[in-house]
Design a protein around this ligand. Sequence first.
Ligand code: NI
Length: 194
Amino acid sequence: MIHKAPLSKRAGTGVFHSYLVGLLFPKHFRFVVFQMDQFLEEFRRNIEDSKKRLLAMSENQASVSLPGKWSPKQIVGHLIDSAANNHQRFVRASFTTDLVCPGYDQEAWVTLQRYDSESWNDLVKLWAGYNSHLLHVVSVIPREALSRSRTEHNLDRVAFKAVDKSTPTTLEYFVKDYVEHMRHHLRQILGTEI
Ligand code: NI
């Protein structure tokens, strides 16, 4: 029934539900909130630190690619595609009980958009700006929507670390998986420290 309520009520339901959970399971609830806050703080630090380090690279350094591999420009381009796709997925999932998300052809997206011919500074700033917005979005999605158990999902196909179809999952898992994928690609450019 929640999916038919008006927007304002829907958000309110999440807050009220969180409040009830807090009353019933105070310790558990505080632990969950603490975990999420800590995750968001690390996500924020990843964006800020990586932005500085990426901007310190030259246009030439960012354009170099080894045979069969993406250049730093193309990797950041791929991360912009990932942010754009997951932005849609996260917002849509806040209103649904399932987690069935459209996929996208990652190689084809990078090739078509010719990220290699764009300015490195512009790409890094777009990547950082988009992720700052995603950080904000995740911080305002009702906790109930993040922790809702979703039996119908396709994270066996669209997640970085796949979840078996028969195992229920959550939007919280998917958000953390998104950031894990981002860190994986940042490490390819910046080395192991991220
Ligand atoms: Ni990837």
